[in-house]
Design a protein around this ligand. Structure first.
Ligand SMILES: C/C=C/C(=O)SCCNC(=O)CCNC(=O)[C@H](O)C(C)(C)COP(=O)(O)OP(=O)(O)OC[C@H]1O[C@@H](n2cnc3c(N)ncnc32)[C@H](O)[C@@H]1OP(=O)(O)O
Length: 259
């Protein structure tokens, strides 16, 4: 099972469990997380959701083999049928509070998804990156506007254009994470925070989350649609093919031949 899913004491826990591939996320993994979150939405016994990885890796982002294999319409149409979209819509639309605990690398969508969670805890070994441009791609799932809101334009531009990785302390300073926790304590700490949410009045949590997210709902939906139009075309373009091939050939990509 590449995603471990369990419901215990009012918490749905989703755990990335593909360490041999650095928890890279396949279509099947997105689908299984989407199903679990949608199921939790209908289950009054679930009062919080916790997303975790392994102590050494949160996730290496979208599986690059999946990116290479999957052909999509270049105009970005049909996004609703894709499992990554189903997962991100389930996550960003969830009325339950979502806690994320990040240890090790959180790459690409691994960092993007955090912007759709409520409480984000980082281990002191956490490392974030959004190397979309390095892959010949562009930001997705509203990271183009959410990171800008969180971190301010110049810092967001540095992270989204240069795609350089940044550590837990910088993520805390820019407002991407709620707190840094020693790596050995991260899981227990995040579970404790989720347990606190479970004990609080669910209706108050729901209302608070709805109010806090209301202003960004429309812009997020619009950004996702706009990003997707670029993303679909870029995924099929030679720049991305060169980047994916270079990754698996363990060499630097050569973009010099593309205008
Ligand atoms: C819509 C969503 C968009 C996105 O999410 S875009 C982002 C896509 N992700 C990436 O570009 C990250 C690619 N991976 C990495 O950069 C590195 O990995 C890490 C920094 C995460 C870890 O580096 P290290 O510890 O040196 O591990 P390793 O030797 O590179 O990886 C171990 C095995 O895991 C496979 N793997 C790693 N990431 C992915 C991936 N994203 N998709 C598919 N496979 C992946 C490798 O190939 C390798 O495999 P083998 O042992 O056979 O050489």
């Amino acid at each position: 099972m590449d995603i471990l899913s369990s419901k215990t004491n009012g918490v749905l826990t989703l755990e990335f469990n593909r360490p041999e591939r650095k928890n890279a996320i396949t279509s099947a993994m997105y689908q299984s997380m989407a199903d679990a979150i949608n199921d939790a939405e209908q289950d009054a016994a679930v009062r919080a959701i916790l997303i975790v990885g392994k102590p050494e890796i949160f996730t290496a982002g979208n599986d690059l083999e999946d990116f290479m294999k999957t052909s999509r319409p270049a105009d970005g149409s049909g996004i609703e049928e894709r499992s990554v979209y189903k997962f991100m819509m389930a996550l960003s639309g969830s009325t339950k509070p979502v806690v994320a605990a990040v240890a090790g690398a959180a790459v690409g969508i691994g960092t993007t998804l955090l912007m759709h969670c409520d409480l984000v805890y980082a281990a002191d070994n956490a490392k974030f990156s959004m190397p979309f441009v390095q892959l010949g791609l562009c930001p997705e799932f509203a990271s183009s506007i959410l990171l800008t809101q969180i971190a301010g334009y110049p810092r967001a531009a540095e992270k989204l254009m240069l795609g350089e990785a940044f550590l837990a302390q910088e993520a805390l300073e820019m407002g991407l994470v709620s707190k840094i926790v020693p790596a050995a304590e991260l899981r227990a700490f995040a579970e404790g925070q989720a347990a606190k949410l479970v004990a609080l009045p669910a209706s108050s949590i729901r209302a608070t989350k709805q109010l806090m997210k209301a202003a960004r709902k429309g812009p997020v939906t619009e950004a996702i649609a706009a990003e997707n139009k670029f993303f679909g075309a870029m995924l099929a373009a030679p720049e991305a093919k060169e980047a994916f091939t270079a990754f698996f050939e363990k060499r630097k990509p050569d973009f010099s031949k593309f205008a």
